[in-house]
Design a protein around this ligand. Sequence first.
Ligand code: PLP
Length: 481
Amino acid sequence: LDADEFRRQGRLVVDFIAEYYDRIDDYPVRPAVSPGFLARQLPETAPSVTAGNTTPSPQLYATSATSSFPGLTHWQSPHHFAHFAATASNVGALGEALAAGLNINPFTWAASPAATELEVVVTDWLGKALHVPENLLFSGGGGGGTLLGTSCEAMLCTIVAARDRKLAEIGEERIGDLVVYCSDQTHFSFQKAARIAGIRKGNCRAVATSWETGFTLSPKALLAAVHADVAAGRVPLFLCATVGTTPTAAVDPVRELCAALSGAGHDDVWVHVDAAYAGAACVCPEFRNVIEGVEAADSFSTNPHKWLLANMDCCALWVTRPHALTEALGTDHDVILKDGAADGEAVVVDYKDWQVALSRRFRALKLWLVLRCHGVDGLRAPSQFALVCFRLRPPALLLRLREKKQRCHDDDAGRVINELNRKLLEAVNATGRAYMSCAVVGGVYVLRCAIGNSLTEERHVQEAWRVVQEQATVILAAARK
Ligand code: PLP
């Protein structure tokens, strides 16, 4: 596109996005399509475009989102409650557009000093806004933050740093002895990261949680697992504690977990706090208590793309000892990247050494814009964590099942109720008026309603509740027959 055509097309894109948001309330939140629907409509190979005919048709932008993309799930729909929100803001979108337009690759300080320094500043700004302790910040003198794409990457980078630090001490041949710990509620990405980092499959302990402890990781149960491993000659390496678990937003007791480890002489176990979703709540001083004790942890991460208006993708990771990361992930061998800055007197951050890949996006720009435009105050909302887990528990049906006690035990009743709830979720989602998801905790199937999209108002939540009630009534009526 020449510059004039670029301006014209750019305005069309912005108009399209603005119009999309104007009408998003009306779209069925989840598409009714089956796998392969799109491939069947498109040619098998990319079209060859003849010279002079390279400009995409303006109609591409002018047509509505539903007719252009009938298979789109509208994540920004105020009726989308299925997953933790991917909150967006128009400021965040403009930040993304700017970063895409500049298209820089700030892998080292010298590759784009402003981008690197903005990331240093913005991770400190965000850390302070979230009440992250000083020892994790650059301004605290020892720690520092970076912006990655996802929490999975944060886990992988920190496990690798912990692994190499430990292997330097005990010898590389003992990698098979390293053990990592989490709870049975921890996001699956932790086990995946551990596997990628070379931890044996059998050495990832998912400590059981229960209804009694609200599905949080018990320090006592953790220590029991650690002691058993030590007794068997294995080496405890890493604990992933979660603040805001994916199934129920449970909060692991970070302070008590760290204290238990150090009290038992295991303060060399790297503690990572995964607050992918709930970390954002710490922007409100009254929620700071959920990360109480994090100053004893080695690293902390949260996703501003989940609940802090920074459009996808953006995961902030802070570490107390950046050196452990750069020791494990640093690459000093490439002469092309050696441009003097890092060799001089000044201490600079080369973010390539804080992550898996070399290339990286200019994520700091959108986060800086969001923090500048909304301000820390603007990010505070008078709300609790916003995940509601619920289930249909039909008393009459339960009674009827219990009456047949000889043949029908609690387990059977549980299975029947789980099945009813599975049907309820299907029915709710099939309406297109609300989109929810599910979790199974302690053998119980629950529906998950994660409120938190920027456009969701009370009326959308009321509407979702009406949909649940209507569908539950239909399902219960059918069950009674
Ligand atoms: N940790 C928790 C608690 C999550 O809820 C999620 C995703 O929802 C993740 C980690 C994975 O996040 P990401 O997709 O950024 O890797």
